[in-house]
Design a protein around this ligand. Sequence first.
Ligand code: NAD
Length: 472
Amino acid sequence: MKTFSKLYIDGVWSTPLGTDLIEVVNPATEAVIATVPAGSADDAAAAVTAARNALPGWAATKPAIRAGYLSQIYEALVTRGPELAEVITSEMGMPIKLSQRIQAGLPMVVLESYIKLLGEFAFSERIGNSLVLKEPVGVVAAITPWNYPLHQLMIKVAAALAAGCTIVAKPSELTPLNAFVLAEIVDSSGLPPGVFNLVSGEGRVAGESLASHPAVDMVSFTGSTAVGKHIMALGAQTVARVALELGGKSAAILLDDADLETAVKATLSSCFLNSGQTCNANTRMLIPEDKYEVVVELVRRHAALYVPENPLNTKARIGPLISAGQRDRVLDYIRSGLEEGADLLLGGIEPPAGLPLGYYVRPTVFGRVTKEMKIAREEIFGPVLSIMTYRDDDEAIAIANATVYGLAGGVWSANSERAERVARKLQTGQVDINGGRFNPLAPFGGYKQSGNGRELGRYGLEEFLQTKSLQF
Ligand code: NAD
């Protein structure tokens, strides 16, 4: 993998002010595959200054001009898509076929949707005797996680640039390489200097510097709830707008008339996708008490198809976890499930056979999980599914809502009106009915401690806009 020694600030590749480096590790081989600079507080400040200086010019460009630049970026993204999929598989471990479709594919879908939106979005509207203007918030610090690294970054970059904001991106220290490829793409697009800047670095150094910088108008953060709370406190010092996309503990509710086999297959796929490292993964499966045996049988049959493999294998469905630390954290959760008396139906703490290197965990399913157990309450962020039973729809809703999180969920039923009635009672920002389908124009974000922001489509664009009212 290519190593990067410079940061992208003010339209040029700049030598970092410090000499510290971040080693990027391939989680399938445990080998260091590249290094990037560990940006310092001074590097972050230089990037903020560049973004600040570029703001007036970029904010004043017409939406059609901004769409033109985004289209240049889109074309290069498509060309470099296969390379990006390989980079992301190497730094985070998602199986290559899935990386091509999701890790490299989704950012293209998102960017394309913003290019289209720029052609139709009204940046002003008349309300009686007032003209309401929607203006860019200003300089945005985008701090992103490692699980869908380019997708999370692109959601912010596309919407912020479309809105007329300038941006400093700080990707996860675990998966920075794809962001450097994006910076190369941006550089080749001719975007004016300072509109997009990239500072790689540790969260506690570069991330904190950005989140607390007085010249940053908005922090757009995706990551864990714990760090999100800290970022909110940092942003409070300058009353920066803080948009948070945080963790989840989503439940799939299988109603008693659901097509159980389809629902079980889809829930396993949601839970095990990306080795369970997906914020909106359905990690709890809620089923009617009298269907327990049938569901367990279906789960045993279909979950057995998820065998950890080297992610470069084109047939692989599930790869390693991101790091040794994450693997150990997930194994601790599996131990806690065993200690608290859940039924281990599949998987467990033993490492998978035939994979001496790499941070692999066997896909694990627990039955008879109760809502008091730690595995039912906390975000595990690994391939661990908890099956819980309920007696009636109201109890299913109560169990689904019995968590501090509120990101997503699913309802399965032969009767879509009944499913909708249940979905309306879930305290989450998104509910998939009978599997749902990804819609890049529909808002995505959390209730409760899953966050306060909305990303994608018009709602995502408005996150980066502030309103001014002219009264006549
Ligand atoms: P994390 O919170 O550890 O890190 C996220 C980012 O914050 C990284 O760039 C990190 O460097 C930075 N950071 C860490 N400490 C910081 C600090 N003190 N100040 C400023 N920045 C800091 O999260 P992660 O482990 O990278 O990602 C996994 C988490 O992200 C999970 O909880 C997952 O649910 C969540 N997530 C949420 C969504 C969503 O849309 N809601 C999407 C993907 C991931």
